[in-house]
Design a binder for this molecule. Sequence first.
Ligand code: SME
Length: 151
Amino acid sequence: MNKEKKYIRLKEQIEKLIKDVSNPISRMATINSVLHHKMPGFFWTGFYLLDNRGELIVGPYQGTLACMLLEKNKGVCWAGINSKETVIVDDVDNFEGHIACSSLSKSEIVVPIFDKDENITGVMDVDSREKANFDETDKKFLEQIVYMIYH
Ligand code: SME
């Protein structure tokens, strides 16, 4: 099955799974589990969330042990927070300031999350062991899936 078709199926599955519980953390945890286990190449799948002190701390995730706290304004997750745009990194070694929680991660996508008032609350972060694993299809569908957290 191609990636587009797979995302369409998983999106429908996630919609059904999360509809009865609006708690964003519960939704993130469910989204995480579905994507991590069903999308090929998702080596680390998770969320980093802004806390009330403006720090970016780890949220629900699946995969190897992750950094609890990300140094402010450094790395790919903070680039997503600061730009409020999805960031795709084909080769993490070429991204200035990239924070390596695992040396096995080679490429990465970071998708910002907005609540109902359009405030940014954090990012979804997916890492792959393959270089250039993420493209415009991942961007399109992960943005749609992340939107479902608060809507
Ligand atoms: N690579 C991220 C840090 C999080 S880990 O990849 C799980 C970054 O540069 O922000």
